[in-house]
Design a protein around this ligand. Structure first.
Ligand SMILES: [Zn+2]
Length: 264
């Protein structure tokens, strides 16, 4: 990790937040692990949230056992919205249900996108989602001959954790693995074992395009923190005015407000 990173507002806040939990940046994200560092910069907002949420002890979970242990420690509650049962950390669920009640009172609604997957996910869920982007993109780049048969077969045969850094390298050359093949796969889905959904601090809402819904969610501590992932909201449990002091930077994209780690 460079000196510039450590001096940035996000790292200053993160260091303090982790110290309070008896850990440090190097423990949760090994400095020489490019994927972990990318994850920290892209999804790191969850690490500097309110005291009543538990962020993951690692940037990248490597097994279902690790995920299960963390999810048990964090605790989660379930609620039924429409025909989907969703699960979140208790503080996140309580705020979401209050936001939904506020939305309903205004004739709006907040509903889960793609059913139960909108909230808590297991390690296996993140692997399945990875494959839903990785495999079709691999076929595409093979078909248009940007990848050779040998390259594609080699990538396919790698363990999933090793596919991620290789994909990020290819994306530097414009060989993108998102659903529409136009941007990094990490803007489309999280790398296996890294999702804010694993942390049970994320909710994908069908109504993300409605500004009034976004404002209601923000008033209840739910913010868009992952650039380009429009339906995805993160529970920080903080007032919006507090976010700059937590090392997050406000970015407007197409009229939507994102709060992302200020690492530059
Ligand atoms: Zn999401």
């Amino acid at each position: 990790m460079t000196t510039a990173d450590h001096a940035s507002p996000f790292y200053v806040t993160l260091k303090r937040a982790l110290e309070l939990r008896g850990t440090c940046v190097e423990d949760i994200c090994p400095p020489d692990d490019q994927v972990a560092r990318r994850v920290l910069h892209d999804y790191g907002a969850m690490f500097i949230g309110a005291d009543d949420i538990l962020p993951p002890p690692l940037c990248v979970f490597s097994s279902e056992e690790e995920v299960a242990r963390f999810q048990k420690a964090a605790g989660h509650t379930a609620a039924t919205i429409g025909d989907a049962v969703i699960e979140l950390q208790p503080a996140a669920m309580s705020a979401l249900l209050k936001a939904r009640a506020a939305a309903l009172a205004e004739g709006l609604d907040i509903t889960p996108r793609d059913g139960a997957e909108a909230a808590r996910r297991s390690h296996a869920d993140t692997v399945r989602l990875w494959n839903s982007r990785f495999l079709p993109a691999l076929d595409h780049w093979l078909m248009v001959e940007r990848l050779s048969q040998t390259q594609a077969e080699r990538l396919h045969s790698l363990p999933v954790n090793e596919q991620v850094p290789e994909v990020l390298e290819l994306e530097k050359e414009g060989i993108f693995f998102s659903k529409d093949l136009s941007k990094s796969v990490l803007y489309s889905i999280a790398a296996p074992g890294t999702s804010q959904h694993i942390a049970m601090l994320a909710f994908d809402a069908n109504e993300f395009a409605d500004q009034r819904v976004r404002e209601i969610l923000a008033r209840h501590g739910w913010f868009q923190t992952v650039l380009s992932d429009l339906p995805h909201f993160t529970f920080l449990g903080l007032a919006e005015a507090e976010l700059p002091r937590r090392g997050l930077r406000r970015v407007e994209v197409d009229g939507q407000t994102f709060w992302i780690p200020d690492v530059t």
